[in-house]
Design a protein around this ligand. Structure first.
Ligand code: ADE
Length: 231
């Protein structure tokens, strides 16, 4: 997968990929991430990529011309599955959409800053608007990093058996069951006996029951449309 990130502050995203699973995914070539700064496409001598809003109001808006030149440049070189704009007004991200994006070959992610980007870029170039939740960040960069992490870890080969995504929360419309590690007795609090039994069928059944219990208690909304788990 190739991801082109458009941002006036690329450092805010880059740091996210310097460790652990994301770094390994990049090093192994499962994904390439390229950063593009609209400032490099600004033609005035100050390289201005943002400007005041028409009609007044606090906050700057990313100007259309540098963004359009940048996007024209990218779109002329590759065929993209989606041009995504990170915004709290977009569709809220969930595991189903993340699964779908993990099958993409090329995507562009635009990060707004301050008040966002000129509406005409949204109308003319953006094919999908994504939010990571009902709250407002200072910019789209942390949202882009979160989106990329959720998508990249699902690319085949990125996770090994130990970190397999198949047992993640949400993968089966269920939250994950509790997990334990050594010691089996921590200050008198014991690990459930079944996990020490070596009986994989019993362990599987226990995990499913606990996942269901967890979901019913914390996120009953997940079970509403889920006939499989609604016994
Ligand atoms: N930019 C600012 N806030 C955001 C959010 N909640 N989701 C995606 N992009 C954003």
């Amino acid at each position: 997968m190739n991801i082109d990130i458009v941002s006036i502050l690329p450092g805010l995203v880059q740091g996210f990929f310097q460790d652990s699973i994301m770094k390994r995914a990049l090093d192994a070539g499962h994904v390439t991430i390229n950063y593009h700064n609209p400032r490099d496409y600004a033609t005035d001598k100050h390289k201005q990529a943002d400007d005041y809003q028409f009609g007044g109001g606090a906050g700057m808006v990313l100007k259309p011309e540098p963004l359009a030149s940048l996007l024209d440049d990218l779109l002329s070189k590759k065929k993209y599955d989606e041009v995504i704009y990170m915004t709290p007004e977009g569709e809220t991200l969930n595991q189903k959409t993340v699964n779908r994006y993990s099958g993409c070959k090329n995507i562009i992610i635009i990060c707004g800053h301050y008040k966002g980007i000129d509406q005409r870029i949204r109308d003319l170039y953006v094919t999908k608007e994504i939010s990571i939740g009902d709250y407002v960040l200072s910019g789209g960069e942390p949202a882009a990093a979160i989106f990329c992490d959720a998508v990249i870890r699902l690319i085949p080969g990125v996770l090994n058996n130990e970190t397999s995504a198949l047992t993640d929360s949400f993968q089966d419309d269920l939250l994950a069951p509790p997990v334990y590690t050594r010691p089996a007795d921590f200050r008198g609090h014991k690990v459930p006996e079944v996990l020490l039994s070596g009986n994989f069928k019993r362990i599987e059944d226990w995990r499913y029951e606990k996942a269901l219990e967890n979901t019913k208690k914390r996120r009953p909304d997940l079970l509403k449309d889920n006939n499989k788990n609604n016994k």
